[in-house]
Design a protein around this ligand. Structure first.
Ligand code: SER
Length: 644
């Protein structure tokens, strides 16, 4: 099946059920300052869930173009992309569970011809804390639908511990709740959300990634990410709204928000586990094969490079078609990263020529019938991407010259982390390239060294700009400052819960999330992650003061402060402390009360003390809600957590 066929089939199937087909909203949200990009189909529909009438009625169907900037570094496996389309059907106070589940099941099994034996589903087990009962209706509807095609579908619980247990319908906790903010407790007042029911496609037990040690000994269930099951769609029963007092009230009308992953559904219609082998990507891959002289799937590394370029170039084209061109500001910054990363990965598969301008028409061809504006802008898009490519190629040339000069000046010149950082800071020279050049010369630099130089630099510039921002922090700086303090809380929580072997290996903060690398031998369990998140939340809610002191390095070490790379710090250091009785006199009475409540019996009486240049929030209560939303391995012995 070709992409256009699938999209049209979906739209027309739901048209038959009385839905009005509407075009995709822009990938840049029009009236939503909280986010840079449309990241799900429901974002542009928010107001209609809350009661505003949609001009086209109460049943709507569309395919929404989306971009998830936070996934940029995840791309490279068989199913993640930054840009994607979400097939959506919407009931604004019209039909509900019974119709929704039947229609989506019939679409998948009858219109697309998927074997129902390969479909598995989930439902919400309820949460007494928020007063929402277990969703009994959804499994009953699924049971009936499966029975109609001759399948006895058993309802199963505790799949995380017990596995599949021969079941087909699985109850899960807050993972089966959907809102823009995630789980119920992370939702701000006023936000709508509700239980959902996901649909998974089973590629068969052989496709399970056994060789991947992370899953080797783990229990397999439909939500376990081992590769056997792929989530292809999600029906959200948007029926609650969080109240000021934290409780959940029914919205005036019950709504349905269905989101289906277009790329994934296209892949499963061919029983194809790799979305990059579908018609949405194969012309791009073929073009890359032609100009690189290499074959896709020749090795794991090159496969990853092909996927990154295919994803990033497609995303850059679709962003440009929506008016987002490479720059160093806001959305443009991501467009720039996409093009630059594509060029870097192209180099890795031996593409040395300029290629973006010639690749644009290949991508436009894929979308021209469904998104005519993309082909109308072909030349503009080509020019914008080629301009960025030329700039970046010049940057690389400049960087290479600088390295040569260093070498001429000093025979024993060694490329170290600080040099790599200088090249990056002054010329935008990517670390990986510096690393490659170092390697060619038989030298070695680690990302860690580079990150340290970067951190020292940003700490210094932050401290010196702290005065400038006093009294008028911009939104983004405020958010990154909150995340910065959160990294200290996270570090402390990890050391408390996992043990003192945990050491920070690096961190990276954007306005959307924080990323934290640390030493730890194995993947975190669900329980550990929950404990860590709860611990941080407790500290945030404990209204702990954050204080700063200047002292000698020796004094600082004696006081128990931890440093992330001790020898790199100057003799006079700045230490940030979170919590602690010594601060109580300086704090307001109510702060003192709450600090004592949480920390009275623990020793030492502060919870975190770290060498750091700042800036930080004055009090943990400023941070607000946080959640751990992803965990992965970076290398043997180093894990990575993402919080937002
Ligand atoms: N809003 C839900 C999601 O993004 C379904 O569309 O998964």
């Amino acid at each position: 099946m070709q992409p256009d066929e699938l999209r049209n089939l979906y739209l027309n199937s739901f048209k038959k059920y009385g839905h009005a087909i509407v075009p995709s909203a822009s990938i840049v949200p029009e009236n939503d300052p909280t986010t840079l990009f449309t990241g799900s189909g429901m974002q542009p529909m928010m107001e209609y869930f809350l009661g505003a009438p949609h001009p086209k009625g109460t049943r709507i169907v569309n395919s929404q173009i989306c971009f998830r900037s936070q996934d940029i570094e995840e791309v490279g496996d068989n199913r993640h992309t930054t840009f994607f389309e979400m097939l959506g059907n919407w009931s604004f106070g019209d039909y509900f569970k019974k119709e929704q589940l039947r229609w989506v099941f019939e679409f998948l099994t009858k219109n697309l011809g998927l074997d129902p034996q390969n479909l598995y589903v989930s439902a919400y087990e309820g949460n007494s804390k928020i007063g929402v009962d277990r969703d009994k209706e959804t499994p009953a509807i699924w049971k009936k639908l499966f029975a109609e095609v001759g399948i006895v579908a058993e309802v199963v619980e505790n799949a995380v511990e017990k596995g599949l247990q021969g079941g087909r319908i699985f109850y899960y906790g807050d993972g089966n709740w959907w809102s823009r903010a995630g789980a119920p407790k992370n939702m701000p007042a006023g936000e709508p959300g509700g239980p959902d029911s996901e649909i998974f496609y089973d590629f068969g037990v052989d496709r399970r990634l056994h060789e991947n040690s992370e899953f080797k000994n783990k229990v397999c269930h439909i939500n376990c990410d081992c590769g056997r099951f792929l989530e292809i769609g999600n029906s959200v029963f948007m029926q609650y709204q969080k109240q000021e007092d934290g409780s959940f009230a029914e919205l005036p009308k019950k709504n349905v928000d269905f989101g289906g992953g277009f790329e994934r559904i296209l892949a499963v219609t061919q029983d194809e586990i790799d979305i990059f082998k579908t018609g949405l990507f194969s012309p791009i891959i073929m073009y890359l094969e032609k100009i690189s002289g290499q074959k896709y799937n020749a090795s794991e590394d090159s496969t990853r490079s092909f996927r990154v370029i295919a994803d990033h170039m497609r995303a850059a084209v679709m962003l440009a078609a929506n008016g987002v061109y490479p720059s160093n500001k806001k959305q443009g910054y991501f467009a720039r990263r996409l093009v630059r990363r594509s060029i870097r990965y192209a180099k890795m598969i031996g593409i040395d020529q300029l290629f973006t301008a010639d690749l644009v028409p290949v991508i436009v061809e894929i979308y021209k019938d469904s998104y005519p504006d993309v082909s109308q802008k072909l030349v503009q898009i080509q020019n914008a991407l080629a301009l960025e490519e030329n700039k970046f190629v010049k940057t690389i040339e400049k960087g290479l010259k600088v390295i040569e000069k260093y070498q001429e000046a000093k025979e024993s010149f060694v490329i170290d982390g600080i040099t790599a950082f200088k090249l990056y800071e002054t010329y935008g020279f990517p670390f990986e390239l510096t690393q490659e050049i170092a390697q060619e010369k038989g030298q070695k630099i680690s990302l860690e060294e580079f990150e340290i130089a970067k951190k020292l630099h940003s700490d210094q510039s932050r401290s010196s700009s702290a005065d400038k921002f006093k009294g008028g922090l911009q939104d983004s700086s405020e958010q990154t400052t909150k995340y910065h303090t959160t990294t200290h809380l996270l570090h402390a929580a990890l050391r408390k819960i996992l043990g003192k072997h945990v050491q920070q290996k690096g961190s990276n903060i954007t306005v959307d999330r924080l990323r934290f690398d640390f030493s730890h031998p194995q993947a975190l369990t669900q329980e550990e992650k929950q404990k860590i998140q709860d611990q941080i939340t407790t500290w945030i809610e404990a209204v702990l003061p954050v204080t700063v002191a200047h002292m000698s390095k020796e004094e600082a070490l004696k006081s128990g402060a931890i440093a992330f790379f001790i020898e790199k710090y100057p003799d006079e250091v700045t230490v940030y402390t979170i919590g602690g009785k010594q601060d109580l006199t300086a704090s307001a009475e109510n702060l003192a009360d709450s600090v004592q409540k949480t920390d009275e019996n623990t020793s030492p009486d502060w919870i975190s003390k770290e060498f750091c240049g700042g800036p930080h929030v004055k009090n943990t209560s400023e941070i607000g809600k946080i959640e751990i939303f992803r965990e992965k391995a970076v290398s043997a012995g180093t894990r990575r957590l993402y919080l937002r």
